[in-house]
Structures are given as structure tokens and as C-alpha cells.
Design a protein around this ligand. Structure first.
Ligand code: MN
Ligand code: MN
Length: 467
């Protein structure tokens, strides 16, 4: 009988295998992560906080090294920052970089409501803001929530004002109203996609008139407040990036505190674990790098998205600092690299079990998820990892006692999704999608399992050291 057991693969709940020490380490990690996503709700906030932490652990800005014409040696740590939106960290390996790198990648942007360039208006003595949602959102989820205002306002004189309003418990919050049920009979007949429309997602900002004004007195009062506190005038909204996000911290979820509910876990849950793993692995054999990008939620486009040349250019700069740059060496380095492209996947949810195929679904508490391919309807748009590469990862995970599971994003004909994996695969490197299961993905508050976060972090460290 025991021989048959060896032939079968059972995906077990990892909680039962934890020692007291494991549980302590796991909860400590969960708490660091919970605090990170509570404090950092935009890509810019994430990049700035991560740079501050990385510098303390010995990472140097590549711009400084280029200026000094420094020479990179094994063990040296470098970071490159693109406009506070994309961050790449390198730790130089004992082996030459031309033998390839071990890469972690994730994205820092999350679905939210952005302000339109000309957002402020007054209607019936209320000051309002027009928004344009970013990424895939179910619009009805964003009404009747306390919302916070995060972002930057770049002024004509070259100064930049940072905004974060609504996070301190004493701060005011803003929000979007919904129609009262008593008058909603027409709305309730509509399709969910039409019950709340994009142009209905208008933020209520204030209701108090400025004394002595003739017209738009409430808007005038808000402009007065903004000018007094931040030195901002109405035209400054044109050169601003202001994101409206759920207000308040991430919280422990479940009476047993085994989960976390928080905003922006897609994909900061993977980005933060990648970042910690990158910092923890010192003096690696192969050069390690972690790529944290922007704009994944809208197709990885633009200068700060994965499609930009930023990462490739930074690898070229690093190679130049190692004294080994040439076009052919750069291409070889990329092709010989291996990558875990991390993004969240749909967690099996008893409330919505029908959208998944239960033998190929990701479950809370069963560890980090490897997805050989993503895509939709006939694997369209997916990057499929090579079988031999998947086998190597199985070996690394087993040797390092990492609990993993495997999944597809959903039932074959239902839908699907993409990540940044296929973009890096274009260099000819080995890339696989991995991540953790999430409940309520893309909702203002998403849920993850602390056990999966812990196994993911372990998986990243094992990968950076052994791939
Ligand atoms: Mn994602
Ligand atoms: Mn997403």
C-alpha cells in the first residue's frame, strides 16, 4: 500500500505541518506585509518605501555608480528607479552575469479610480470630482466606501506635492454615493455592468460654501482649502497623478487571523515577497534581480510598464559596470536567465465554486501556486513554461521544503487573464507564472492566506539561491 502512496500526488493543507517556530515566523512576515500594504497604496509609494529599505541593506543607486564609473564585483547590490514607478534590484553573483540571472518579477500597480485631468466641479452646492477608473473594476464595488486620496501634483514651478488624505484615523475621507433602495427599482432591473456607470463614479468632496463668493461657492471653498494646505490651484490637476483608493489599513481576516484583507494585494502580495527575498539572499551564485513594474493592469504598456526597454537597458548598464557589455553578451545574459513571474490567481471560493475546475484550482493554505500557463480559451495569450523548467522548480521546492500547488485561472471557456510572463519569455529565457490565490481579486478589499504568503517567500528565496 505504501508504494501506491508514493505514486500519488496529494496537495495538502500546509497549516497542519507547521511547527510553533514556523507559525511565529509566518505571522511575523504576515504582519510586516500587512503594514507595508497599509502604508503604500500607489506604485510611487511602494517604490519610495522599498528604496528606503533597500538602501539600508546596502543597495546603491545605479545612477551614482554610472557617474562614478564604479566597477561591480560579486556581492554588490544595485537598484534602478524609473520615475518612482518601476524598480529593479540586482545582487551581483559569484558567477559572471553572462551565465544568466535568476529573476523575480511582479507588478506594483493596482485597480483604482484616477482623477480626470479636469476633475473638480460643483453641482447643487456639492463639490465633486470626476474619476476615470484604472484597470479591471466592477464599478458597483466602489460606491458607499470610505475612500482616500493618494498621489502627486506636479506644479508649473517644478515642485511636486505629495498627497495622502484619508489614512490617519483623524483624517477626513471622501466617497461615492449609491442610490437608496427605496428609489432604485429601475436601477435594480439593470445588468450589473450598467447599474453603476463609469461616469457615475464621482467623488463627493465637500458641501460648505465660501462666504462672500458669487458662484460655485462650495468648489471655491475646496480650492481655498487646497491652496491653503498644499499650495495647489485648479490648473495643477492637469499635471497630477491622483489615485482614489479604499481608506484605512489592511486587517487580519478570520477569527484565527490566518488571512489578510487589504487593498492592492494584486500584485503587491507578490511584489513585497519578491522584494524581501531579493534583500535576504546575499552573495548569490548567479546574479539575482527583482523587477517591480507599473501598468500591468492596463496591458504593461508605456515607459514604466514591462513592455518598455527599461529593464533591458538597466541590465546593459549593469553589464557595462561589470566590464562585460556587448550586444551579444546582453542577449546571451537574457536568454540564459530564469524567471518566476509572480502574480495572483483566483483562489477557490466556496461561494463561487462553479467558475473553477476543482482539480486544477488554487486553494487557500496549499502554498505557492505554479501556473504552467495562463491565457484564455485555448491558452490564447499565454506563456507556457517548458516541462524541463517546471521539473527543475519541483526539485528546488522539494529540496527546500516549500509547499506548492498548481492551477489554471479558471474553467476553460470562461475567461482568463495575462501577466508579464510572456514579455520576458520573448528573450528566450525560462519563465513561469507563480503567485498566491486571492479571494475577491480586483475588489477594493482582497483576501489572501498567510500560509500561502509564507510559502511564496520561501519559494522565492529557494529559487534565487538554487535556480
Ligand atoms: Mn496582477
Ligand atoms: Mn490584476
Amino acid at each position: 500500500m505504501s508504494d501506491i502512496k508514493k505514486l500519488k500526488k496529494e496537495y495538502k493543507n500546509v497549516w497542519e505541518s507547521y511547527t510553533e517556530q514556523d507559525t511565529r515566523t509566518l505571522f511575523a512576515y504576515g504582519e510586516r506585509y500587512r503594514q507595508f500594504i497599509s502604508k503604500n497604496k500607489t506604485e510611487r509609494e511602494c517604490v519610495r518605501s522599498m528604496i528606503a529599505i533597500a538602501e539600508k541593506s546596502g543597495y546603491q543607486n545605479i545612477e551614482t555608480l554610472i557617474e562614478e564609473q564604479a566597477e561591480l564585483k560579486p556581492g554588490d547590490k544595485v537598484y534602478a528607479n524609473y520615475n518612482d514607478k518601476t524598480l529593479v534590484l540586482f545582487c551581483m553573483g559569484q558567477k559572471p552575469i553572462t551565465e544568466g540571472m535568476n529573476l523575480l518579477g511582479a507588478h506594483l500597480d493596482s485597480p483604482r479610480l484616477d482623477l480626470k485631468p479636469n476633475p473638480l466641479y460643483e453641482d447643487t452646492d456639492l463639490a465633486m470630482l470626476k474619476t476615470h477608473y484604472y484597470g479591471g473594476v466592477k464599478k458597483y464595488q466602489w460606491v458607499t466606501l470610505p475612500l482616500a486620496i493618494h498621489g502627486v501634483v506636479a506644479k508649473k514651478d517644478g515642485t511636486v506635492v505629495n498627497l495622502s488624505i484619508g489614512e490617519d484615523p483623524m483624517d477626513p475621507v471622501v466617497g461615492i454615493s449609491d442610490l437608496l433602495i427605496h428609489l432604485a427599482s429601475e436601477q435594480m432591473q439593470k445588468k450589473v455592468t450598467e447599474a453603476i456607470k463609469g461616469e457615475d463614479l464621482n467623488i463627493c468632496l465637500g458641501s460648505m460654501p465660501l462666504k462672500g463668493e458669487e458662484k460655485d461657492k462650495v468648489k471655491a471653498n475646496i480650492l481655498h482649502l487646497l491652496y491653503e494646505k498644499y499650495g495647489i490651484i485648479e490648473e495643477d490637476f492637469v499635471s497630477a497623478e491622483i489615485e482614489i483608493v479604499p481608506a484605512g489599513p489592511a486587517r487580519d481576516y478570520g477569527l484565527d487571523r490566518s488571512m489578510i484583507i487589504g487593498y492592492g494585494q494584486d500584485d503587491r502580495v507578490c511584489a513585497y515577497a519578491s522584494f524581501e527575498a531579493q534583500l535576504e539572499v546575499e552573495n548569490p551564485e548567479r546574479t539575482t534581480a527583482t523587477i517591480l513594474v507599473d501598468k500591468e493592469e492596463i496591458g504593461s504598456v508605456g515607459a514604466s510598464g514591462m513592455h518598455s526597454r527599461f529593464f533591458e537597458n538597466m541590465v546593459a548598464e549593469v553589464m557595462e559596470l561589470c566590464g562585460c557589455y556587448s550586444s551579444i553578451n546582453l542577449r546571451r545574459t537574457m536568454a540564459r536567465s530564469k524567471m518566476l513571474s509572480s502574480d495572483v490567481t483566483a483562489g477557490h471560493d466556496p461561494n463561487y465554486a462553479s467558475v473553477l475546475e476543482k482539480n486544477n484550482a488554487a486553494y487557500f493554505g496549499k502554498g505557492v501556486v505554479f501556473m504552467k500557463y495562463t491565457g484564455a480559451r485555448g491558452k490564447s495569450g499565454s506563456n507556457e513554461a517548458n516541462a524541463e523548467y517546471v521539473a527543475q522548480l519541483r526539485r528546488i521546492m522539494e529540496d527546500n521544503n516549500v509547499t506548492w500547488q498548481t492551477a489554471e485561472l479558471g474553467r476553460i471557456d470562461l475567461g482568463g487573464g495575462g501577466t508579464i510572463a510572456y514579455i520576458l519569455a520573448e528573450y528566450g529565457m525560462d519563465v513561469i507564472d507563480c503567485g498566491v490565490p486571492v479571494h475577491s481579486m480586483h475588489a477594493p478589499w482582497e483576501v489572501t492566506s498567510k500560509a500561502d504568503l509564507y510559502e511564496m517567500r520561501k519559494a522565492y528565496i529557494a529559487f534565487l539561491q538554487n535556480a
